[in-house]
Design a binder for this molecule. Sequence first.
Ligand SMILES: [Zn+2]
Length: 230
Amino acid sequence: MRYEEMKPEDYRRAKEAAPIAYIPWGAHEWHGKHNPLGLDTLKAHGQCLALCAETGGVVFPHVYCGFQTMKPHAGFDCTLEFSKECVQLLAKEYLEQLADEGFKVIIILMGHYGHMHQEAIKEVVADFNAKHSDCVAWAFPDYEPTADEGFPGEHGACFETSYMMWFRPELVDLTRLPQEGELDKKAEGVHGLDPRTNASAKKGRDGVNVLVKNAAPKIRELLRNACSRS
Ligand SMILES: [Zn+2]
């Protein structure tokens, strides 16, 4: 399932069986003292692997390229802010290259939620879809198929921390946060429910299950439609 680990024959076989490409897309970004800086992308990668296990296809390597991050937005360091143009050019070339490889459905799973970042990628996807009839792209933040069932989008708080505790528990250390009193979320660069009392690996696992339940049927439908047009 992981492009970077496949040999050519395995890659061709996976693509032929289900021509779906997944791109986990995130930022290099502060996610609280307790979380790894690659959280958005590690989370999206784990989610893409779970979706791919259900639909088939190939998961491409993580893309770290975020616009509208915590650096300009809230002054946090440990964060890389790329331009909108850079994000858009990279997205455009990925889509064109993956279409050229023969994929029929391309999923960009956005682990970074900056509103303008999401819009930048969605704009490229809309242009791509208008130009191609036999290949379709869908870009969405991971919370879109889960928010109505109790797994909303937030930043480094209960849910993002829970996803990390499920995918990579060794990378989360809640003891790095102040242990006493109310959490100063603005100062900690965390937005959402207090992860100290709310986050758990089980919540992360449940969120992934809801994501797969709601997004996999839509991805299969995109594939059916794309194949019937080509
Ligand atoms: Zn995030």
